[in-house]
Design a protein around this ligand. Structure first.
Ligand SMILES: Nc1ncnc2c1ncn2[C@@H]1O[C@H](COP(=O)(O)OP(=O)(O)O)[C@@H](O)[C@H]1O
Ligand SMILES: O=C(O)[C@@H](O)C(=O)COP(=O)(O)O
Length: 428
């Protein structure tokens, strides 16, 4: 079959968030490729997909950088022929006080000569719902969910209309639940009224997947949609209704054989549980000691000796919050993170040289560091392993790798084993 231009062009503000979005699109039947930054010219021709997700690292970048990166991504996606665009941010609306959600959304609207976009981070499957413009994480308001203590993007106001307005020049409004409950026509009517009143961005309520599907349907003709991965659930059906999807199994990936490794640099609660489960099973594991790294000891060499020994090993820096605080107090937050990320990246690159072909990685920043160390340019997205986490396969130069990128708080307790078994399965 001849290669057709992609339909949906997505810009994600971090790596694991991009994978989460891509997973939703694949589940909706869109063949999806995630690129690591804006792809180099040579790669574009080989990307055959219904949706392309460009993974940026712009969530906490200075506003001007985030806007410039996002506009560059938009121009590239436009050049590929995409007809609709999606700006993906976190389901907990993670943003610095100055931005970047408002400024990037406004810059994309301006570049598309478009005057309106919805903003909906809801992802009920992961416990994130929006009601009367207020974001809940499980049963708690955003500002009482733990997100108020996030080291980089503390979220201290659950009223997203107010949060987005504080970051935006444009007028921000609300598409509240009663309009969403009336279906796509009700939402479109509300959007028309908001536009007539000069509103350019509107937080949309959604407390169920059905609400997200309604919003997706209402946005069938919108040039720009913004939100978490959840709201993308409603988009593939629009392309299917128009007969634009080719119907083959979007999640099909060839199986990749070869040694595997699990690398964990996430210190989130879910990852701590997953590491504990692996250790309890008595499987090989090597703990990265950040203080030993800071002393210049050959931690990487010792980790490689274990990870390349045969049986699949876990290499982890994951620790309890108290231990992380102790290390950060000694080394500083940034230096501790950099030392660990650099070590895990180097371990990944050296293991690949020794034949490792399957990588399971835990942590958003950690995934960024590992993908960059492996110099991967793009990933084709396969089947979901757990909500928000699909199997992927590297595209581009060098031997293909099977890669799983897990956001810190995603995945069941036995996730590492589950991911490895998934990669073992035929057509993972
Ligand atoms: N034991 C530790 N001490 C200090 N920092 C740590 C430790 N373990 C992990 N980190 C750092 O914490 C950060 C975790 O971020 P990330 O990889 O994005 O995970 P998550 O997705 O859970 O937020 C990384 O920069 C990592 O290097
Ligand atoms: O929307 C979400 O929750 C995720 O896709 C996401 O962006 C998570 O970010 P990290 O926790 O930094 O991986």
């Amino acid at each position: 079959m001849n290669k057709l231009p992609p339909l949906l062009g997505c810009i994600a503000d971090d790596f694991t968030g991009a994978t989460d979005l891509a997973n939703i699109l694949v589940r909706g039947g869109m063949r999806t490729v995630q690129t690591i930054g804006v792809p180099p010219a040579g790669l574009a021709a080989s990307l055959d997909a219904d949706a392309i997700v460009i993974a940026l690292k712009s969530r906490t970048a200075p506003v001007e950088d985030a806007v410039a990166q996002s506009l560059q991504a938009l121009r590239w996606l436009q050049a590929q022929g995409c007809t609709q665009f999606f700006f993906k941010y976190c389901s907990t609306f993670d943003s610095t006080a100055a931005g970047n959600i408002g400024p990037v959304a406004e810059a994309l609207l301006a570049a598309l000569a478009c005057d309106f976009a919805i903003a909906c981070p809801a992802f009920p499957g992961a416990g994130r719902t929006v009601y009367q413009g207020h974001l809940f994480v499980n049963q708690r308001l955003l500002n009482e969910s733990g997100m108020e203590n996030h080291p980089l993007t503390p979220m201290r106001d659950p009223d997203l209309v107010r949060v987005l307005q504080s970051q935006s020049q444009a007028k921000v409004g609300l598409i509240a639940q009663p309009a969403v409950a009336q279906g796509a026509a009700g939402v479109r009517e509300r959007i028309a009224a908001l536009r007539a009143g000069g509103v350019r961005l509107a937080i949309a309520d959604a407390i169920s997947d059905a609400d997200l599907v309604t919003l997706g349907e209402a946005c069938a003709d919108a040039l720009l949609v913004t939100g978490g991965s959840g709201v993308a659930q409603g988009l593939p059906a629009n392309f299917r209704r128009r007969g634009q999807l080719r119907g083959s199994d979007a999640a099909q990936l060839p199986r990749i054989d070869g040694p595997a490794v699990v690398l964990s640099g996430s210190a989130s609660k879910a990852t701590n549980g997953q590491v504990a489960a692996w250790l309890a099973s008595g499987r090989p594991a090597f703990r990265i000691d950040p203080l030993a790294l800071a002393r210049g000891e050959d931690v990487v060499g010792a980790a490689l000796a274990m990870a390349a020994a045969g049986e699949t090993a876990l290499v982890y820096a994951t620790s309890s919050p108290e231990e992380v605080r102790r290390v950060q107090a000694e080394l500083g937050v940034a230096r501790a993170g950099e030392l660990i990320e650099q070590a895990l990246g180097e371990i990944a690159a050296r293991l690949r040289e020794r034949g490792t072909r399957r990588f399971v990685v835990a942590g958003g920043e950690t995934s960024g560091a590992v993908i960059q160390a492996l110099q991967l340019q793009a990933l084709r997205i396969g089947r979901q392993i757990d909500p928000g986490v699909p199997a992927t396969q590297s595209l581009g130069d060098g031997p293909a790798l099977a890669v799983v990128l897990k956001s810190g708080n995603f995945g069941s307790e036995d996730f590492f084993d589950k991911a490895l078994q998934h990669l073992d399965g035929a057509g993972a």
